[in-house]
Design a protein. Structure first.
Ligand code: BDP
Length: 706
């Protein structure tokens, strides 16, 4: 158990259950005429063989009393009568139903398309792995979001930007000849949760990804991913016509530039006939873009959209932008630049905004663009890799973060206009919908750099499929499949997971604080960071602590960023007495004596939150220790968690506890130097002077080395 199998371990079920299920699933009727059909069949054989202890019999018709029938109306006469019902479930949708047919007890996994059948097969395997009952089976599923995409920030040299799981999965050197079987396992994992797109290269893109040598390689990957319903996309560098094409400009209104992109796109489709399209980071952090030529983001996006449209491709145009001149409040930038462009984009453009207005912090309010551009499809960008959340060694389950954002009420069309409804297109009636996750995947044996980070990939996929699901339910499925369906295992693990994000918020950035990480690599605390090339890359710009208080005033008396939200939201966030405490210091500069809900003054509350964060990690360690398989007295969970994974997780929790303490000590020490207030009774003084924490150097911080 080294984690390679992810949530698809297919370990034997308890023998009584295995016997019962074997009877039900002894025979399988499944077509094998297409690569996707074969993928579904192979997965079921693999899964059932593992779970039940023997391979099922594959037949062309059921001979015994019961069995499993997979297919589409085209492949199965039993499924053909369901045609209309299946059509309602749409592309990718499926149903799983238990019924009597010709005197036999059958389970149908049926869909309109092969890919739906594959998704249904994975769903059935999930039910088997989690111990769900199979009687009265009646599952109807369809994806609520069209583009469910992983963004890989992988460079052509194998380095993964903000990657904490080793090097890139893509071995550009041995492609296209060598198709590492790992690519297939990657595809299986994604298909199991409904992910249907992969952007292969970093948003800080090299133009070379679009050169023929690399297109051949991307095409080989596309071939491997295609049977699993995954389309390949590429990040496009806006200046590629200059770098690859030898033109003197990349101006989107220049006919030569337009021709260059048309030809380039035609060429890409000659290699990859189902190419998904482009992801673009433009005029942000030094990347080239249309503004270099005095053109708007819409003019830039439309240039690429026009080239892609004849082939059915899309442009995912990022709204993560900020101006050359440091603005009074960086969080206002995207809205300022994009809101006025609503309606100016082509139909095959989707604007991709990060979940919050700053940058993947442990907690941010939802991005004000959600709900503010009704005529433009908006795509969610979550970060799965934990750039600001302790990297791979901190256990932070991101399900609650995603859920919190998706359930936020934009009030765009009155109360109940959630971000999830913006993303699934129902609020404004958009058919082009999407959710992207910045992948946490590398060539580490665990894929994600730690066992628990697999849950973040998993949760992202499940929420992209249906953004209305509960993070807790998803965690329970994941824990049951990854460790054991025994409730005595699932329960404590789910509790750990569900509390873990709040723990990280507490020991890093409590009460709405943000961007306090060390400069550049973001490893560890750096609330004192100031100076350097841009004020909005420093901590002091964001926390604004002084002798009187702390926090960024984003109300009308400050940057007035609150005005970017719908009036009801702005009124709530802008009022110090109504704003949720979790976002207090995001929106307000608050006196140290301000009375908090707990009755404590803000200063005492802040210090208490840091200490609470450390205690929450200690509590996770305690819980994890109770799941130790080698500890005496745990005979009832003999194989629940294998020693190999248990030990690594225990070690990582130790790192997390040590670093949580470091965060607490360094932050308390720094903020005390500003507030000049005594620590509340019972709070211990940090063991070192502030200078010690400030002088720590990490030239080889995780993820920072090439
Ligand atoms: C920031 C990362 C940087 C990315 C950038 C982006 O620090 O590495 O390039 O976001 O999303 O969070 O473009």
């Amino acid at each position: 158990e080294d984690g390679y199998a992810l949530w698809m371990r297919y370990v034997p079920l308890p023998s009584a259950l295995a016997a019962e299920r074997s009877e039900q699933l002894q025979e399988i009727v499944a077509p094998d005429g297409t690569p996707t059909q074969r993928a579904a069949r192979e997965e079921l054989v693999r899964g059932l063989t593992g779970l039940l202890g023997h391979a099922p019999t594959l037949r062309t018709t059921i001979a015994g009393d019961s069995g499993l029938i997979l297919g589409t109306p085209q492949t199965s006469s039993l499924i053909a009568p369901l045609q209309d019902e299946l059509a309602e479930l749409g592309n990718g949708g499926y149903l799983i139903r238990r019924m009597r047919r010709d005197g036999r007890d059958v389970i149908l996994v049926a869909a309109r398309q092969d890919i739906g059948v594959l998704y249904g097969a994975f769903h059935l395997l999930r039910m088997l792995q989690t111990g769900a009952p199979l009687d009265r089976l009646d599952v109807r599923e369809s994806p609520r979001v069209a583009l469910r995409v992983l963004d890989h920030w992988d460079n052509l040299d194998g380095y993964v930007e903000r990657g904490y799981a080793g090097r890139s999965l893509w071995d550009w050197q041995s492609l296209p000849e060598w198709r590492d079987p790992r690519y297939t396992d990657y595809a299986r994992a994604n298909a199991s949760i409904g992910i249907n797109g992969a952007v292969l290269n970093n948003v800080n893109a090299s133009a070379w990804s679009l050169a023929p040598d690399y297109l051949v390689k991307a095409a080989a990957l596309a071939d491997v991913l295609r049977p699993y319903g995954i389309r390949v996309y590429l990040s496009a560098r806006f200046s590629a016509p200059i770098e690859l094409g030898g033109l003197t400009t990349a101006d989107p209104l220049d006919p030569g530039v337009q021709r260059w992109w048309q030809r380039k796109v035609d060429e890409i489709y000659s290699y990859i006939p189902d190419f998904g399209g482009f992801l673009v980071k433009a005029n942000s952090e030094g990347q080239p873009g249309p503004q270099d030529y005095g053109r708007s983001h819409a003019e830039g996006a439309n240039l690429l959209a026009d080239a892609l449209a004849p082939h059915g491709g899309v442009v995912m145009w990022r709204a993560f932008v900020y101006a050359h001149d440091v603005p009074a409040d960086r969080t206002t930038q995207a809205y300022t630049e994009f809101k006025g462009l609503d309606g100016a984009f082509r139909r095959n453009v989707i604007v991709q905004a990060k979940n919050g207005p700053l940058d993947f912090q442990p907690r941010e309010p939802f991005h004000p663009l959600f709900g503010a551009m009704p005529r433009t499809p908006l795509m969610m960008e979550f970060q799965i890799t934990k750039e600001y959340l302790g990297f791979a060694t901190h256990l932070v389950y991101l399900g609650p973060l995603y859920e919190e954002v998706l359930q936020s009420d934009t009030h765009a069309r009155g109360p109940g206009s959630t971000v999830a409804q913006v993303i699934d297109g129902t609020l404004e009636g958009h058919a082009l919908t999407g959710m992207a996750g910045v992948a946490n995947i590398g060539n580490d044996r665990t894929w994600t750099g730690s066992h628990f980070d697999q849950a973040n990939w998993y949760a992202f996929g499940r929420l992209a499929w249906n953004p209305h699901q509960s993070a807790r339910d998803i965690a329970a499925d994941w824990a049951a499949m990854t460790f054991s369906p025994d409730p005595a295992v699932v329960q404590p693990i789910v509790d750990m997971m569900m509390g873990s994000r709040e723990a990280a918020v507490n020991y890093m950035t409590p009460l709405g604080l943000h961007h306090l990480m060390a400069r550049g690599h973001h490893y560890g605390p750096g609330p004192w960071v100031d100076g350097g090339p841009r004020a909005d890359w420093t901590s002091v710009y964001y926390h604004r602590a002084d002798g009187s208080g702390i926090g960024f005033d984003r109300t009308a008396s400050g940057s007035n960023a609150v005005a970017q939200y719908a009036p009801a939201v702005a009124a709530r966030y802008g009022d110090i007495n109504q704003v949720p405490e979790a976002l207090l210091l995001w929106f307000h500069h608050v006196p140290w004596d301000h009375r908090m809900a707990s009755g404590r003054p803000l200063w005492d509350e802040l210090i208490a939150r840091y200490a609470q964060g450390v205690r929450q990690v200690q509590a996770m360690q305690k819980t994890w220790a109770t799941l130790n398989p080698v500890e005496p007295g745990l005979a009832r969970l003999p194989l629940a968690i294998d020693p190999e994974r248990h030990a690594q997780i225990a070690a990582y929790l130790n790192i997390q506890r040590r670093e949580a303490q470091w965060w607490r000590d360094a932050s308390v020490s720094y903020f005390q130097s500003i507030s000049s207030r005594p620590l509340p009774a019972g709070e211990s003084a940090p063991p070192h002077p502030l200078l010690y924490y400030q002088s720590l150097q990490f030239p080889s911080a995780p993820g920072d080395g090439r």
